[in-house]
Design a protein around this ligand. Structure first.
Ligand SMILES: [Cu+2]
Length: 128
């Protein structure tokens, strides 16, 4: 009982926030309700052609947020090899955002779904 009440309240807050965001969206068409853009996040797309766009990313050391968007037909994920961490994981047509703590350095990211990395789904993340 208490649990469902709390869930309902969260839903109301989420809807309220979405409305507030849409209201201050300026001249946009307002149709981008699932816009993956998160302030400060690295935006990466995994395409239906099994590529990352872009394949080269840069971030500042500390908390790094990755916002992954999948193409309409194929699911993907975003794994950072050096720390063996799957930061984001999206279904076809979906988005996912994850945050990871990174020290300065060069990292390799890839998609660990079968055949995706060998098809070219990898890139470089430079943290300074
Ligand atoms: Cu993939």
């Amino acid at each position: 009982m208490a649990r469902s009440l709390r869930s309902a309240r969260h839903l109301v807050l989420a809807v309220g926030a979405a409305v507030a965001l849409a209201a201050c969206g300026g001249g946009d068409d307002g149709a981008t309700t699932d816009d993956p853009a998160v302030a400060g996040a690295l935006a990466v797309t995994g395409t239906d052609g099994l590529k990352f766009e872009p394949t080269s990313l840069e971030a500042e050391a500390g908390e790094v947020t990755v916002s992954l968007t999948c193409g309409e037909a194929v699911a993907h994920n975003f794994v950072i090899e050096e720390i063996d961490d799957k930061v984001a994981d999206c279904n076809a047509g979906g988005t996912d955002t994850g945050t990871v703590e990174l020290e300065a350095g060069e990292y390799t990211f890839y998609c660990d779904l079968p055949g995706h990395r060998s098809a070219g789904m990898e890139g470089t993340l430079t943290v300074a």
